[in-house]
Design a binder for this molecule. Structure first.
Ligand code: ARG
Length: 323
């Protein structure tokens, strides 16, 4: 099983225990919750060889007395993403699937950069998110989780201390947005100017998720694909444990379908699963009932969004509904 085109049957994974890209604590707890909830055995049950590199703890890189003129925690995030970049590149170099478990979405500049270093201009990115995360100047929020793509696009012009390693650029035409519905004015203009392909909620409603995926796979045919999956792309009804909720998102079904389609293309080489915040769940109870056949991935335990996170990763890594 798992005859992936670009990667062998091995996953290289690490957690990015980081909340410094925004102001709410809790996302740093996600890697641990996902592990405790059964992530590793799920991957094992799906037939993957697993190289678990442990977690990068954002708190270990805290810099005291550094006042940033730029976004919040800029130098710390530069050093952390430098570490993520190294791990991501190492994993890709060994032809393994790169799995980065966030953390907030600030951890994606490092992981995507590492893949760009290995796959070069061939790399394609599917960015599944309620947000476009390409603010290139400081907005009132000053949160880097709203900016990593601007950095990768090369639109943050001033050099930022800590990010000296960031050299490769992601061409905006090699990225497609899915699920975006809360866009800042600067981002709107940028998406229009650069003609970035997006499937926002209206497009998903009009075309249906099936047609959206057909188009994405056609556009990215034959190329290695990375999916950067922010759980806030999903409707808060199904994923409440996240920091920047936006109503009217993609459904549980659409999210899993999207990931299964990417998986079955055999072109998927990496995934970020970000913005799970176990402290922000609506109810602290663990989910006990699951939909569908779970034998394929084993027992999953966790609060709503944690359990969902594990399921989403399983869908991206080849969990099928009918064998
Ligand atoms: N990946 C996310 N959850 N991003 C939220 C970004 C929110 C807002 N656009 C900002 O720049 O602050």
């Amino acid at each position: 099983m798992n005859q992936w085109k670009f990667v062998r049957n091995a996953v290289g994974l690490f957690g990015s225990a980081v909340h410094e890209g925004q102001t709410k604590t809790g996302t740093e707890l996600a890697p641990r919750s996902l592990r405790e909830g059964g992530l590793i055995s799920a991957l094992y049950n799906l037939g993957w060889e697993i190289n678990d590199m442990g977690d990068i703890q954002g708190k270990n890189y805290r810099l005291h007395n550094v006042k940033s003129q730029q976004f919040r925690n800029s130098q710390q995030l530069g050093v952390i993403n430098g570490e993520i970049n190294k791990r991501s590149f190492d994993i890709a170099k060994q032809n393994k699937f790169m799995l980065n478990i966030g953390g907030d979405h600030s951890v994606a500049s490092g992981s995507i950069h590492g893949l760009l270093q290995h796959y070069g201009d061939e790399l394609r990115v599917v960015w599944v998110d309620a947000h476009a995360d390409c603010n290139y100047e400081l907005g009132p929020n000053r949160n880097y989780h709203g900016m990593p793509l601007a950095h990768l696009y090369g639109s943050i012009l001033e050099p930022i201390k800590g990010f000296e390693w960031l050299k490769h650029r992601l061409d905006p035409k090699n990225l497609i947005y899915v699920g975006i519905r809360d866009i800042d004015p600067m981002e709107r203009e940028f998406i229009r100017d650069q003609k970035i392909v997006y499937y926002g909620m209206d497009e998903i409603i009009e075309l249906g998720i099936g047609q959206v995926m057909n188009r994405i796979l056609k556009q990215f045919e034959g190329k290695p694909i990375h999916v950067s999956f922010d759980v806030d792309s999903i409707d808060p009804e199904f994923a409440h444990g996240t920091g920047t909720l936006v109503d009217g998102g993609i459904s549980y079904r659409e999210a899993h379908y999207l990931l299964r389609k990417l998986a079955s293309s055999k072109q998927l080489v990496g995934m970020d699963l970000v913005e799970v915040n176990p402290q922000l769940e609506k109810t602290p109870e663990f989910r006990e009932e699951f939909f569908g056949d779970f034998q394929q991935i084993g027992r999953i335990q966790g609060t709503q969004t944690v359990a969902l996170g594990i399921e989403l990763i399983a869908s991206a890594l080849g969990r099928t509904l009918v064998l």
